[in-house]
Design a binder for this molecule. Structure first.
Ligand code: AHG
Ligand code: MN
Ligand code: MN
Length: 325
C-alpha cells in the first residue's frame, strides 16, 4: 500500500525544518476546510443551478451571486474558529473584520473568483494571501504588500487543485485524491520554452488599452497561443502550466470615458498580489500599468485596484519597457 504525502504532512515538514510555529498549520487547516465546504456548496448548489443571483451588490458595485456570499461565510467562520487571524480582508466586506486580537496573521481573500463562471458550471477559485503580525514591537495593522505575504494560495473549485506558495520556498501544487485529501506536492515552475506560451486577456477590451500596449499586442499576438477563461484563477492555473502572459491592463481609451478604468479592474490585495506571489515563487514576475512590481506596491486601501501583467520574466520585462517608454 502506497500512502501519499498530504498537504498537511508537507506543511508540517516545512514548519519543522525552518523552526516555525504550529500556528500556521492550524490556520492552513481552517483554510483547506473552508475550500472543501465551498466545493460542497458548488456541487450541491451552483452545479444544480439552484444558486442564483443574490439580488445584492457587493461593495465594488457588482452583482453578487449567492455562492460568493456562501463562500465568504464559510471562510470567515473557519478562520474565526482557528483563533489565528487578527484581522481579515474579504472582497465581500467593505471594512476589515477583526477576528482574534491575540492572533498571529492577517489574511486577504477573494472567497470566490470568477463568479460569472458559476452559471455555466465552469470552475471558480478561492484566492488568499497571508501576512504576519509584527513580532518585534506593537502591531501597526498596516496593509501588507505582496512581498510581505508569508504565503499565498489558490484553490480551483471543483477541479480539486490547490496551488500554494511559501515565501522563498517555491510554488507547490496539490491534487485532491478520491478521499478528498490534498496530496502529492509537486513544485510548479513556469516553463521557459516559448513554444507552449499563451497570451490571456479580454480581447473585447483591446482597443481600450493604452496605445503602446495595443501596439505590442498587435505585433506579438501572432507568436503565441491565446486563451481566456474570464476567471483569474483558471487563467493563472493555465499560465503556470504553459507560460506566457496574462494581462488585465488599465482601460484608458473606452469610447464611453465613464467606463474607463485607469486603475485596472482586478483587486491588488486579494487577486494581483496573490497571483504575483504564486508567479514569483514559480520563477515569473508581475507588474502594474506603470511597470512597477506588483509585490512592491504598498496598498493604501484594502479594495484598491491595479492593472496586472503577469507571466514569464522575459515577457514581463519586455512589457515593462513598453509601459515605461
Ligand atoms: P470576481 O468573480 O471575484 O469578481 O473576479 C472576476 C475577475 C477575475 O477573475 C477575471 O480575471 C476578471 O474579473 C474578468 O473580467 P472581464 O469579464 O472584464 O474580462
Ligand atoms: Mn475575483
Ligand atoms: Mn470574488
Amino acid at each position: 500500500m502506497k500512502l501519499e504525502k498530504t498537504f498537511m504532512n508537507f506543511l508540517l515538514e516545512h514548519q519543522m525544518r525552518h523552526g516555525r510555529t504550529l500556528n500556521f498549520v492550524i490556520l492552513m487547516e481552517s483554510i483547506v476546510t473552508a475550500a472543501q465546504y465551498i466545493e460542497y456548496y458548488y456541487y450541491t448548489g451552483a452545479l444544480k443551478k439552484n444558486l442564483g443571483e443574490a439580488g445584492q451588490t457587493n461593495i465594488q458595485g457588482e452583482s453578487v451571486m449567492r455562492l460568493d456570499l456562501v463562500a465568504n461565510q464559510i471562510v470567515m467562520s473557519y478562520l474565526t474558529q482557528s483563533h489565528q487571524v487578527i484581522e481579515a480582508t474579504s472582497e465581500e466586506h467593505s471594512d476589515e473584520v477583526l477576528l482574534a486580537e491575540g492572533g498571529r496573521y492577517f489574511i486577504y481573500f477573494d472567497p470566490l473568483d470568477g463568479s460569472s463562471n458559476i452559471k455555466h458550471s465552469l470552475p471558480v477559485g478561492f484566492l488568499f494571501g497571508i501576512g504576519k503580525r509584527c513580532l518585534d514591537g506593537p502591531e501597526d495593522y498596516h496593509l501588507r504588500k505582496g512581498s510581505e505575504f508569508i504565503a499565498a494560495g489558490m484553490f480551483l473549485i471543483p477541479a480539486g487543485v490547490f496551488t500554494f506558495a511559501l515565501r522563498n520556498s517555491g510554488t507547490w501544487r496539490f491534487i485532491k485524491d478520491e478521499a478528498g485529501i490534498y496530496i502529492r506536492p509537486e513544485q510548479v515552475v513556469i516553463p521557459e520554452t516559448q513554444s507552449s506560451w499563451e497570451l490571456s486577456f479580454n480581447t473585447a477590451n483591446l482597443t481600450t488599452y493604452a496605445v503602446p500596449v495595443q501596439r505590442w499586442l498587435n505585433e506579438n499576438s501572432p507568436k503565441y497561443g491565446f486563451r481566456y477563461a474570464g476567471s483569474l484563477a483558471v487563467d493563472l492555473h493555465r499560465l503556470l502550466n504553459n507560460g506566457g502572459m496574462f494581462l488585465y491592463p488599465a482601460i484608458v481609451n473606452h469610447p464611453n470615458p465613464g467606463k474607463n478604468r485607469p486603475s485596472g479592474k482586478l483587486r491588488l490585495m486579494y487577486e494581483c498580489s496573490v497571483a504575483a506571489c504564486l508567479m514569483k515563487e514559480a520563477g515569473g514576475a508581475a507588474i502594474d500599468e506603470r511597470g512597477n512590481d506588483i509585490l512592491d506596491i504598498t496598498p493604501t486601501h484594502r479594495h484598491q485596484r491595479s492593472a496586472l501583467y503577469i507571466g514569464n520574466k522575459v515577457i514581463t520585462e519586455e512589457m515593462r519597457k513598453v509601459l515605461q517608454s
